[in-house]
Design a protein around this ligand. Structure first.
Ligand SMILES: [Fe+2]
Ligand SMILES: [Fe+2]
Length: 174
């Protein structure tokens, strides 16, 4: 999946791009829960939505995680004990999400392959609902403790990181 950063706003600030990533995480986490409950969805459109959702979580989300662990964390580390603690927790949660994310993409793939099989929807919902809760808490932590520090960086500092984010996505396409 290609997610173009700041497509409509080439001069978008780093913070805007990060917030847009968070809105996508919220949207796709909610979609995964909905697909696990989509009893009246026609099988073909359910399968298509499952593929779309799985692709987001396996291709696009890891780029945002890399943005935070590789582009933000080293620049923020040492700012204060409180920020360091938040960064440690952020990285720990990224690691903790890996197992449930693998289960989620497997459940989405299974439902995409057999969208009329009701047990598969239940299985998806049981994985997607707690993962959505974990994501909401994770995003709230970053938005409360990490992003406000990024917001105080100069425009030049932010732009340097924006370039890194764009390079990360260009590498994936290349
Ligand atoms: Fe994160
Ligand atoms: Fe994030």
């Amino acid at each position: 999946m290609t997610v173009t950063l700041g497509k409509r706003t080439p001069e978008a600030s780093l913070l805007t791009l990060l917030q847009e990533c968070h809105e996508r995480i919220r949207r796709f986490a909610a979609l995964a829960v909905r697909l696990g409950s989509a009893e009246h969805e026609p099988p073909a459109s359910l399968a298509e939505a499952c593929v779309h959702c799985a692709r987001y979580f396996s291709e696009a989300l890891p780029l945002h995680v890399a943005d935070e662990d590789q582009s933000l964390r080293p620049r923020l580390w040492g700012h204060s004990a409180r920020v360091d603690e938040a960064l440690e927790l952020m990285a720990q949660q990224h690691r903790e999400h890996q197992g449930p994310l693998a289960q989620l993409t497997a459940a989405l793939a299974a439902l995409a392959a057999a969208p009329a099989q009701p047990g598969l929807r239940d299985a998806l919902r049981q994985i997607a609902a707690p993962l959505q809760e974990a994501f909401l808490a994770h995003l709230a932590l970053e938005e409360a403790e990490v992003f406000p520090v990024v917001a105080r960086w100069s425009a030049e500092q932010q732009q340097a990181v924006v370039l890194e984010l764009r390079e990360r996505r260009a590498e994936q396409l290349g």
